[in-house]
Design a protein around this ligand. Structure first.
Ligand code: SF4
Length: 220
């Protein structure tokens, strides 16, 4: 199944609370049951590839970040719902054991830069993004076929100075492309990170524009 097919069949677009950023969420089976499209009486049909939220459940993860503070505070919440029979099991888990068992590091690692973008957008409040920025955010968050076309079939590589080794890697490695997309999002939306333009004048203009935007936001 292509990204486009998956997104069409199984997802809807909403927006991330407190931001204008789009987020893709699973389309539930129907309004009343609100069941996941992958659940059956026999269990989860995509279990080995289940999303990280399902891996954490019945634990919820929260991150608190304040705009002026560089560090983030991470904490976990136990979700007590009657339909989760796991609460009746005698075995006790520490948070570390649970995360290791569910390969949470691997999956959280795929989301790190994306989450940093979202946290920054949230801490800034309802700032305006151009339609193009929102569109690129959506592509870089959800559709690696489209993002690959954007990188290799547009003027992207004429504009950015990217190491040949990285270009080779993201051409063939889907996960590397996803991480690259998220790093680029941080750079293009907020100027974070070390992407370089081939044209140094553009680099200076972007840096100045970002510094101006940050100063304006701090005043609000
Ligand atoms: S584990 Fe996640 S993906 Fe699988 S059926 Fe449950 S909610 Fe759906």
């Amino acid at each position: 199944m292509t990204y486009e097919q998956f997104l069409d069949y199984y997802t809807v677009t909403a927006s991330i609370d407190g931001t204008p950023l789009p987020v893709t969420v699973l389309r539930l089976k129907d309004k009343d049951s609100r069941e996941c499209p992958f659940v059956t009486p026999e269990g989860c049909t995509v279990y080995t590839d289940r999303p990280v939220t399902c891996r954490y459940y019945p634990i919820g993860m929260a991150i608190m970040k304040q705009y002026e503070k560089p560090s983030e505070e991470e904490f976990y919440i136990k979700i007590l719902e009657d339909h989760c029979l796991g609460h009746q099991e005698p075995k006790e888990w520490t948070m570390q054991e649970w995360r290791e068992d569910q390969q949470a590091d691997l999956y959280d690692g795929m989301n790190d830069d994306w989450l940093a973008v979202v946290l920054k957008a949230k801490s800034l409040g309802m700032v305006e993004f151009s339609k193009r920025s929102l569109h690129l955010f959506n592509i870089a968050s959800t559709d690696m076929d489209l993002f690959r076309s954007f990188v290799f079939e547009s003027k992207f590589l004429d504009n950015y100075d990217i190491e040949p080794e990285i270009i080779r890697e993201i051409r063939v490695d889907e996960l590397a492309l996803l991480k690259f997309a998220q790093k680029w999002l941080r750079f293009t939306l907020f100027g974070d990170g070390d992407f370089k333009f081939k044209n140094t004048d553009v680099q200076k203009q972007l840096k100045a524009a970002n510094a101006k935007a940050e100063a304006a936001m701090k005043k609000q």
